[in-house]
Write a protein that binds this ligand. Structure first.
Ligand code: FES
Length: 208
């Protein structure tokens, strides 16, 4: 995305978050998630979901449902992005370079697993047995230990993922969290479930 577009988006970032689903806008508080469900019919049909990211604050995450599953958009801070490239983190990850096909298209095969580093789009389903992980952005909380860098923690069997959804080694979960097909339909609007050429993709990762 061009630099002037990125700057333009930043100018529009303000206090709250809204999500555009199949039928309207919903205000959202930070830092965590409130789900917005498009209509049941749209969801059942696997319709694309539009997400307004204009008011998503750094460190905040929003959730929508797509194909009946939670899709999260996390706006990562500069500090979080820097942490994702730390050598001591990379050596603790099972698939740091996203070699497994758990994401759609070459645009998201990179260390940040996203089109733009700042905005991370991911399906919030653990690749072990399908629980929904918790968003745990804090570093080294008491319950997760001193080596926790911030990420996603699955409460069912303890799988850990970093803030790019990359699973740590020696976890029950075998794969990174899935990144769905998406694109920027405008500077501040994401469309999840479709590609920029408007085609739909009947895509699914190895595990949901
Ligand atoms: S379902 Fe997440 S660790 Fe088992």
């Amino acid at each position: 995305m061009a630099r002037d577009e990125t700057q333009s988006r930043r100018r529009f970032l303000i206090a709250a978050t809204t999500v555009a689903g199949a039928g309207g806008l919903v205000a959202l508080a930070i830092p965590f998630i409130r789900s917005l469900d498009p209509s049941a019919a749209a969801n059942a049909a696997g319709a694309p979901v539009d997400i307004d990211i204009s008011r998503l604050e750094p460190g905040a995450m929003i959730s929508v449902r797509w194909r009946g599953r939670p899709v999260w958009v996390l706006r990562r801070t500069a500090e979080q992005l820097q942490g994702l490239q730390a050598p001591d983190l990379l050596q603790r990850l099972k698939d740091p370079d996203s070699l497994e096909p758990q994401q759609f298209g070459p645009e998201v095969v990179n260390w940040h697993r996203s089109i733009e580093p700042e905005y991370f789009v991911v399906v919030g389903i653990c690749t072990h047995l399908g629980c929904v992980p918790d968003y745990r952005p804090e570093v080294a909380p008491v319950d997760l230990g001193p080596e926790w860098p911030g990420g996603f923690y699955c409460p069912c069997h303890g799988s850990r993922y970093d803030l790019s959804g990359r699973v740590f080694r020696k976890m029950p979960a075998p794969l990174n969290l899935p990144v769905p097909p998406y694109y920027y339909s405008s500077v501040t609007l994401l469309r999840v479930g479709e590609l920029a050429d408007k085609s739909k993709e009947n895509w699914g990762p190895q595990t949901w």
